[in-house]
Design a protein around this ligand. Sequence first.
Ligand code: GLN
Length: 341
Amino acid sequence: MTAGYRALGTAAALLALGLTSMNAQPPGDVQKAVDAAYEKFKTLKEGKNADYIPALAKVDPNLFGIAVVTADGKVYTAGDVKTEVSIQSISKVFTMAQVIQEQGLESVEKQIGVDATGARFNSIIAVEAVRTVVGSGAPEMNPLVNPGAISATSMVRGSNADEVWKKIIGFHNDAAGRQLTVLQDVYKSESDTNQRNQAIGALMLAYGYIKNNWQQAVDLYTRQCSIGVNARDLAMMGATLAGGGKNPVSGKQVMDAAKVPGVLAVMATAGLYDDSGKWLYHTGLPAKSGVGGGIVAVSPGKFGIAVISPPLDDAGNSVRAQRAITDISNALGGNPYAARK
Ligand code: GLN
């Protein structure tokens, strides 16, 4: 355990070093890479909107926006970066971060786990497979799949739902650098059809991951998934993580820099669900997708990048977002595993 924390400390130091190198990136190169990806993928028609939440099926599949925000606060965009979609699973990152900020890195590791499940994001078999090790200190679960995410939401402290919600939305607002709102049509649509997540919430209580009030946790989880964001918001949230927890435009320290590498590690492990390994192989970037069509990725010390495009592949990840982010990050030398020149 102590060695683990030492490693995280080292990563935070490396991240600080990285900040200097991104500032050297010529702005023209970044905009060129963003524009090139936009042109290359704007006509790509693969994938399909999520439809298990009825409101998501109605979102314009042609919506396509790209934003890069550097760790020193420069913003580069292409396409539609104003239209909001629901944040969906990307909220899992920020609620996890809120719990880590409030209760420490160990809390999430012990109570939920930080390992890949190798299963789909709403798998119930994955819950069954790990329930025997709850309490052993190492559940094979994580806060970026639904069971772990609903559990993370249940861990946010507060004496009533309102208090917990204020903290959740507050953390998202601070990371995005503006006041975000819930897309009520999505919230209603998902609340009417989220029986599977309710079942998962009840199971997580039964198996000890959730300590009380699973109904409140599922409702707040559903609400956090319905927060409206545009591509610029998501990139800003990514840049906040890229810059050691500090929003590069507002200057607000949203979370402790020493805790950010833990958040990024879970994103690298499980951010694109059962396709996380494949994603990491091609980009090296901690990232998170949502079934609303967004993906945010983080190049530590360098930039946050986000793309919104609703059509998804079979794993539930936006097709165009994966392609565009891969191209742009590789053009900018964003892969943290590559040797720095
Ligand atoms: N709200 C969605 C759900 O619970 C989030 C899933 C996702 O974005 N992968 O199913």
